[in-house]
Write a protein that binds this ligand. Structure first.
Ligand code: UT7
Length: 328
């Protein structure tokens, strides 16, 4: 139970960043044996952004972080915690979070990466929320940033058409939310992992095995089935934990992997499609960046407004999956 004046992690601002180059399905079909029709029908994806020279996970993360700080009215010096969720860091080490810290000019703070692939942003948000509640951080930059284009096998049409690059960020800051009917900030988070499914979605390389970076491999249909089941279950679980009825949710901000997964999950829960934020058509699957990218898009275009009850959810390699409820 929360104390009457509980410390919570409030969402002070959001930001995002995309590479300069947008690649449409038609453009992709010039070099990959695919078609705009197949990609749109099976996934809902129409375009994705692909990082060019000089654009990396850390540079995109830093740009998203700057935008989130500006939106929150805070400055880099206020930040005492940076967590970057990524499966495509600039280097094996140091953590991309420390690169972001240097780019923002913050001389001292806590900075580390979290790796839970597409669920990474939910995992990072949960860690930051826990540290803020515990009093070990006051203002956190939570960033999801990826350059999946650099681990794709561009000869494998079953995977390379699905992913894109980008970054999204939020600023979380400690606030005292009076116990009331409408408390603000992060209200509940639920995380899961099941490592028995490592071989359904993975990268076939790594420093300790092949000493190579490796390429993404996926058994798409198996992932699809697990995604709908797990996401519907964790959405129920997190809303129950927060004591919120499904029909009280204003917006669902889901991981953007496939339009059909979003529709099937919404159908399973009886959620109106009007309440689901969809950006998979223009961003494709940006792994850990997809939830904060979609969130920032919906905040900036005025769909999500202050006081809205928002549910975030994601599922990815491992498998890992999770959901969070927040009042924005
Ligand atoms: O972020 C982590 C979570 N990831 C996901 O959630 C991904 C989940 N999975 C999916 O989104 C879908 O399973 C896919 C989009 C990956 C695939 O859709 P599908 O409806 O399951 O297609 P499929 O794998 O059954 O393939 C159907 C056909 C096959 O041809 P045959 O065997 O029927 O002749 C494929 O070879 O489509 C073919 N195909 C393609 N055709 C044109 C596969 N990829 C392509 C392509 N263009 N890019």
């Amino acid at each position: 139970m929360n104390s009457p004046s509980a410390r919570r992690a409030m969402i002070a601002g959001t930001g995002s960043a995309l590479p300069a180059r947008c690649v449409t399905n038609a453009e992709l079909a010039k070099t990959v044996d695919t078609s705009d029709e197949w990609i749109v029908e099976r996934t809902g994806i129409r375009a994705r952004y692909i990082a060019g020279e000089g654009e990396t996970t850390a540079t995109l993360a830093a740009d998203a972080a700057r935008a989130a700080l500006e939106a929150s009215g805070m400055v880099a010096g206020d930040v005492d915690l940076i967590i970057v969720a990524t499966a495509t860091p600039d280097q094996t080490f140091p953590a991309s979070a420390t690169k972001v810290q240097a780019m923002l000019g913050i001389p001292d703070c806590v900075a580390f990466d979290v790796q839970a692939v597409c669920s990474g942003f939910l995992y990072a948000m949960s860690v930051a929320d826990s540290m803020i509640r515990a009093g070990s951080a006051r203002t956190a930059l939570v960033i999801g940033a990826e350059t999946f284009s650099r681990i794709l096998d561009w000869e494998d049409r079953t995977t390379c058409v699905l992913f894109g690059d980008g970054a999204g960020a939020i600023v979380l800051t400690a606030g005292d939310s009076e116990e009331s009917a409408t408390p603000s900030g992060i209200l509940a988070v639920k995380l899961h992992a099941d490592g028995r499914h490592n071989q359904l979605l993975y990268v076939d390389g790594g420093p300790s095995t092949t000493q190579t970076v490796g390429k993404l491999r996926m058994k798409g249909q198996d992932v699809f089935r697990h995604a709908v089941t797990n996401l519907a279950a964790v959405l129920r679980e997190v809303t129950e934990t927060a004591g919120i009825a499904m029909d009280a949710i204003d917006w669902v901000v889901p991981h953007q992997a496939n339009r059909r997964i979003l529709d099937a999950t919404a159908r399973k829960l009886g959620l109106s499609p009007d309440r689901i934020v969809v950006t998979v058509d223009r961003h494709a699957n940006t792994s850990a960046a997809s939830v904060p990218l979609a969130f920032d898009a919906a905040v900036r275009d005025g769909r999500i407004t202050r006081g809205d009850l928002v549910v975030f959810e994601a599922m990815g390699g491992g498998f890992t999956w999770g959901a969070a409820v927040a009042r924005y």
